[in-house]
Design a protein around this ligand. Structure first.
Ligand code: SF4
Length: 73
């Protein structure tokens, strides 16, 4: 199984989900250790660089990710 290479530096779990262990585990299983290429944070990071990823962008917010990418072009 492949893991998202952004997992270690991904600030999402340290900040947004620090107090939500249940959600954190679910996102990690579904995205970080699963279908990470569908992760909204991964998409923005790959297209624009990780400094452009909003801290409150959740992995399932694909539409928002696409808009961020589109707006930057
Ligand atoms: S939240 Fe997204 S970018 Fe961050 S580690 Fe998980 S899959 Fe990678």
């Amino acid at each position: 199984m492949s893991y998202c290479e952004l997992l270690e530096p991904c600030p999402f779990f340290n900040d947004e989900l620090a107090n939500k262990p249940g959600m954190s585990a679910m996102y990690k299983m579904n995205y970080c250790r699963g279908d990470y290429k569908s992760c909204a944070r991964y998409m923005v990071s790959k297209e624009l660089g990780k400094e452009k990823v909003p801290v409150d962008l959740y992995p399932n917010m694909c539409e928002r990710a696409k808009k961020i990418i589109q707006d930057s072009k």
